[in-house]
Design a protein around this ligand. Structure first.
Ligand code: SF4
Length: 170
């Protein structure tokens, strides 16, 4: 494993930066994400910082069902994030479309546009579930990085982590 890859793995694990995107939520889940970032729940104790640009982010935290209006923007934000990148679908709407599924302007859950690594069901999700999901994602990533072979590339790491933690119970 090269020194650069080791440094990137360490940085991703120890201080992942997140970006938040509302794909069509009612704002209930967004308020819970903001709550998780406040000193009361203190997501920063895990080294997690919120960033304003996808180019600096490791984890995309999405809320809401994807609408026709937001689908291109969601894809654009995902494409701008550097590898390795992870996606968390926060709330029932983000997981499956929820109560908005079937509306003329709704495409479905986040995974109807981009791949999702962690699903957190709930309406709205609780901050503890968000923190637990991020911690579980980092734990699975660390285990994968430690157990990864010399030739394992980032894409395969990503796929393995995805398989391990899909359908996280919030
Ligand atoms: S899961 Fe509930 S709180 Fe969250 S966006 Fe959907 S309707 Fe709103």
């Amino acid at each position: 494993m090269s020194l650069l890859k080791k440094a990137i793995d360490w940085g991703t694990r120890k201080s992942p930066w997140i970006i938040h995107f509302n794909a069509g939520s009612c704002n209930g889940c967004d308020i819970e994400i903001v709550d998780a970032l406040t000193p009361r729940f203190d997501l920063e104790r895990l080294g997690i910082l919120q960033r304003g640009t996808p180019r600096h982010a490791d984890i995309l935290v999405c809320t809401g069902a994807v609408t026709l209006q937001t689908k291109d923007r969601l894809k654009q934000i995902y494409d701008q994030m550097p590898e390795p990148k992870f996606v968390i679908a926060t709330g029932t709407c983000a997981c499956s479309g929820g109560v908005f599924n079937g509306c003329y302007c709704v495409m479905g859950g986040i995974d109807s546009v981009i791949p999702v690594d962690v699903y957190i069901p709930g309406c709205a999700v609780r901050p503890e579930a968000i923190i637990s999901a991020v911690a579980k994602l980092l734990g699975a990533l660390e285990a994968q990085q430690k157990g990864g072979g010399k030739d394992a590339d980032r894409r395969s790491d990503h796929s393995q982590v995805s398989r391990e933690i899909q359908y996280f119970e919030g």
